[in-house]
Design a protein around this ligand. Structure first.
Ligand code: THU
Length: 263
């Protein structure tokens, strides 16, 4: 039994070929399904004991949608029947599947490696592809926002552009003489979206910084907690040294997080 993201991996649940009945004690399997969903999950249905008010219809309808699966996971303890089909050779390199730790290999390749934005396919929480024009616009807005950062103490500019179902929202870091009251760009953007439209769905966020290093500066711990409050959606990190971006999902930034489902 390997450990991944601090969870115990149930040996049975990971086979890739045939329909299986798996026990889901927590959110672990959801992550796996998320990792594989585009290629592998052909049918998902809840069997007994199904928590009727949370999940069944969402999952039945959803099939391939991680967001809907996520809602189904509100239940603490239930079974899913998952039918997994093998991917074709074109979809994913075969050697990924021959390794016992294939999920890690897969998510590293697909999620954490720097990529050229134009070559990436980015999906929101509903599994909808976000158009390239919108992604490019988000990245350029995040960069444009750098100028507006109020970072008089650190001189470290951060700009964000949050895409939601209600539009795009800007954010910058706003520092304070007391230092500790500083608000990060990501949280500014999220607060702006909620302030204008109340709670609604966040689709993705792009973040730019003035980091002089050859890195993709990622959200701080507080921002990660704030991000997962609104679900598992893509975070696009830019780099000042080249055109590549890193795309990572909020719950990958904060594995085993405390989130609304726990309350
Ligand atoms: N900062 C952000 O805006 N977002 C992050 O996730 C990391 C840090 C800001 C806060 C502060 O104004 C400056 O960057 C240096 O920490």
């Amino acid at each position: 039994m390997g450990r991944e993201h601090g969870f115990q991996r149930p040996a049975e649940s990971f086979a890739i070929t045939k329909a299986k009945r798996v026990h889901l004690p927590d959110r672990l399997f959801e992550r796996r399904i998320n990792n594989f969903r585009l290629f592998l999950v052909s049918k998902i249905s809840i069997s007994n004991p199904a928590p009727v008010e949370r999940g069944v219809s969402e999952v039945d309808k959803a099939s391939k949608s991680s967001a809907k699966l996520l809602k189904a996971q509100n239940a603490a303890d239930y079974h899913l029947e998952v039918e997994l089909k093998e991917p074709s050779d074109q979809q994913l390199p075969r050697e990924v599947f021959s390794k016992p730790n294939s999920v890690n290999a897969f998510s590293k390749r697909m999620v954490n490696e720097p990529v050229i934005l134009e070559e990436a396919e980015v999906r929101d929480q509903q599994g909808e592809v976000i158009s390239m024009a919108v992604l490019q616009d988000m990245v350029s807005k995040a960069k444009q926002n750098l100028e507006k950062a109020y970072c008089t103490y650190s001189k470290f500019h951060v700009g964000a552009s949050l895409l939601t179902t209600k539009g795009q929202f800007d954010g910058v870091n706003v520092e304070n003489a007391s230092y500790g009251l500083t608000i990060c760009a990501e949280r500014s953007a999220m607060c702006s979206a909620i302030s204008q439209h109340g709670k609604h769905e966040f689709r993705a966020i792009a973040i730019a910084t003035t980091s002089p290093h050859d890195t993709w500066a990622a959200p701080c711990g507080a921002c990660r907690q704030f991000l997962v409050e609104f679900g598992d959606f893509p975070v696009i990190l830019t780099n000042n040294k080249d055109e590549k971006v890193k795309i990572i999902k909020t719950k990958e930034l904060l594995p085993d997080c405390f989130c609304p489902d726990d309350m």
